[in-house]
Write a protein that binds this ligand. Structure first.
Ligand code: ATP
Ligand code: MG
Ligand code: MG
Length: 351
């Protein structure tokens, strides 16, 4: 059987590995850290940094296709890997989503609605951006942000100097504050034949910038649900995408606003493990190896709850509830803010 290379050894890599294994594939994880969640379940682990040319070559030569669990893979590593083996999803998807400025430009170029935005590299840019966009606004680093890190709220122009200082010299983008009623995401998959399958949108609640719960069904009208799925399909087609993508959306009375996209399986898609016959991890593996996509129809109402840090101490309580499916990542220490696992509570048949 074929071997799938996975860049990144966190929980997403772990769950991709499990799905690949169930379909009869072997996996090899590339991850600098030693005792990582994916290394516990993958068939092989290349423990090296992204600047280690020999290790990257060995990794690429030992696999038939490479996919990834995070979008910040250095370009030089991707160039080297791609000279040896295909990378799916493709490089364009990575390039677009690695940088919030190119991401916003790409999405608005497709005719989708995004928050008003402007590039900010210094105090002059920021003053101009605030004059144009107004407040409240959010300054975000263009690259490497996740779980709300690298962001500063600007409630009035007085907050500008502190917000800029928070960027620590990194290139940033100012975004107008979107006054949304709630947040949803579409987990969408596209196969190598161009077939598309979207999971039902989930409704997301964040606490301190970190995803707290995803609930399906989301509160959406039939028209909004159709809009969400169609705009996700538009993004996938435009990128000639292969694999699963997470598309985060703000719901507003004026329509859906695209927040950001992630070219990979997504935390807000973990509910699919217990809400669908084929979950996002299997769907992603099917796509990257060229299989037809599976049926992602939702059979149950589900609430996914992330276990962050000490939340994992509630395991005995969750284990007593027979409707709760437990997913732990095998991480040793429950540091604050660290994603330790999640639980999916099956609420009943799909409604
Ligand atoms: P993730 O962990 O999802 O990758 P991230 O660090 O990339 O998160 P964003 O998704 O950009 O950050 O923002 C995190 C949260 O902050 C959003 O889910 C939303 O709740 C809020 N937020 C971000 N941008 C805006 C905006 N322009 N207007 C209003 N709220 C926003
Ligand atoms: Mg993000
Ligand atoms: Mg986000």
């Amino acid at each position: 059987g074929a071997t799938i290379g996975i860049l990144g050894g966190g929980q997403l890599g772990r769950m991709l590995s499990v799905a690949a294994s169930r379909l009869g594939f072997k996996t090899c994880v590339f991850e600098p850290g030693g005792d990582c969640p994916a290394s516990h379940v993958a068939n092989a682990h290349v423990q090296a940094g992204y600047d280690d040319v020999e290790a990257l070559k060995t990794f690429a030569q030992s696999v038939d296709v490479v996919t990834y669990e995070f979008e910040n893979v250095p370009t030089s590593a991707l160039d080297l890997i791609e000279s040896i083996v295909p990378i799916r999803p493709n490089r364009k998807a990575l390039a677009v989503s690695q940088d919030r400025l190119s991401e916003k430009a790409f999405l608005s170029g497709l005719g989708l609605t995004v928050a008003p935005f402007a590039a900010v590299d210094d105090a002059v840019d920021l003053a101009e951006a605030i004059a144009e966009i107004g407040t409240p606004a959010i300054l975000k680093t263009r690259r490497f942000g996740y779980d709300g890190k690298g962001q500063a709220r600007i409630m009035s122009p007085d907050d500008a100097p502190q917000a800029l200082a928070d960027m620590a010299g990194a290139s940033a983008v100012l975004e107008g504050f979107v006054s949304f009623t709630h947040e949803v995401s579409v987990i969408a998959a596209r196969g190598q034949a161009g077939d598309i399958s979207c999971f039902d949108p989930g409704e997301n609640v964040h606490i301190n910038g970190i995803l707290h719960t995803t609930t399906v069904p989301a509160r959406l009208s039939p028209a909004q649900r159709t809009d969400a799925v169609l705009l996700a399909a538009k993004i996938l087609n435009a990128l000639d995408y292969v694999g699963v993508m997470g598309v985060e959306l703000f719901v507003t009375p004026q329509g859906l606003v695209v927040n950001e996209v992630a070219p990979r399986v997504h935390n807000s898609g973990h509910w699919t493990q217990n809400g669908c016959v084929i979950d996002q991890f299997e769907q992603h593996i099917r796509a990257v190896v060229g299989w037809p996509l599976g049926d992602g129809t939702r059979h149950s109402n589900v609430e996914m709850l992330n276990l962050i840090g000490d939340d994992v101490d509630r395991m005995p309580e969750f284990a007593k509830n027979s409707a709760v499916a437990i997913h732990l990542y095998g991480k040793a220490d429950a540091k604050p803010g660290r994603k330790m696992g999640h639980v999916n509570t099956v609420l009943g048949p799909a409604s």
